[in-house]
Design a protein around this ligand. Sequence first.
Ligand code: IN0
Length: 408
Amino acid sequence: MELLRSWNHPDEIWALLKFKLVGCSAINSQCDLTLMSSDMRTCYEYLRLTSRSFCAVIMALDEDLRYAVCIYYLVLRALDTVEDDMTIPVDEKIPLLKAFHEKLYEPDWHYTQSKEKDRVVLENFNIISSEFRNLAPVFQSVIADSCREMGYGMTVFLDAKIDTYDQWDEYCHYVAGLVGIGLSKLFTASGLENTVVGQDEAISNSMGLFLQKTNIIRDYYEDILQKRLFWPKQAWIKYGNSLESLKDPRNLNNAVACLNELVTDALKHIPDVLTYLSRIRNQSVFNFCAIPQMMAIATLERCYNNPHVFRKNVKIRKGAAVRLMDQSTSMLAIRNFMNHFCTKIYNRIPPIDPNAGRTRTAVSYGIGPGYSLVRSDQSLLPGKTFYFALFAALLIAPWIRRAITKMP
Ligand code: IN0
């Protein structure tokens, strides 16, 4: 099915085939599950259950850092599950969010009252916390500090609506910027990255804000159905009487203008994202950081000026996602992807859009000084050699698959 969706994108078909043939074995060979303790294996299993494709990106990290990030991810997932669970009464939820960081040091603590889909991490939090306490002390303090600040921040926005752009940034800082800051400190503490990566909190914060704003923009429809309101009032009040009213087909033009304004706001983080990635030295850390950012810019490109955002969940094709995962491995590739998606946005800016000028300025940072503004889609399409290799791969794919399954 995925192959069919990518039929007119041969580069994606190639990435999908490669992913199906060698992707999983390449990741598994990085990490031998048989050599681990049973609790460690259990934690990796929780990671697989709760994170979908992101699990593969974490598993590809270098040894010690991989496990610290895995535990950080599970602890954050547990905190997030408490925040999201509307069945937990507020007078129970607030103290729990505030004291969550202390639960990391209570060996028996786990929580069985959640109804959320990822409740497994709360029900078995004692296993996760015992693995947390096995991490190096420097990793432990980064994760615990991050949870303390995030838990507190979540209580600030529990009932409060997001009014201004400043509050939007503040909310995104608590739920995602702090993750960027925490991860960057883990990278530096692991010795894989320079001190500046862990120290420059403003740039690390932007990495999280770019991802979280993209999620909030993309998830408009899903969130509004669940009565969750994350678009800032300062933006939507210019285009409608309420955030819900934007999904009314009669308000479509205004809704799309509001959407474009928020995409423009998210795009302003691109310079920081590029600076951050250019500082990363370790290949596995680079891939880990670059992949979600490339997924985000691809998603923003899909969402920009797209009325479907108000009717369904807009997603990037699996083929496009796999291709980004496979190829986000160098600054040159990142600049090319940024250029590609920003040029596509640039070419679709409606001249009458109230924020057209600001959007042009924002995408110009992603397009970069060395590139022409009117580069077309052709630039990322492969040449004859590629099509020949693809044809050959299609012919021999069944044979390779049989050979792999016969391997001991
Ligand atoms: C993440 C981030 C993440 C990864 C790498 C570097 C980061 C730097 C700063 C901030 C966050 C960083 O990435 C994941 C990506 C992810 O989970 N993608 C989903 C797809 C989706 O649409 O949700 C997938 O299944 O592949 C991310 O979104 N978040 C996250 C959470 C924990 C950690 Cl340790 C790293 C969530 C969030 C809210 C954006 C921080």
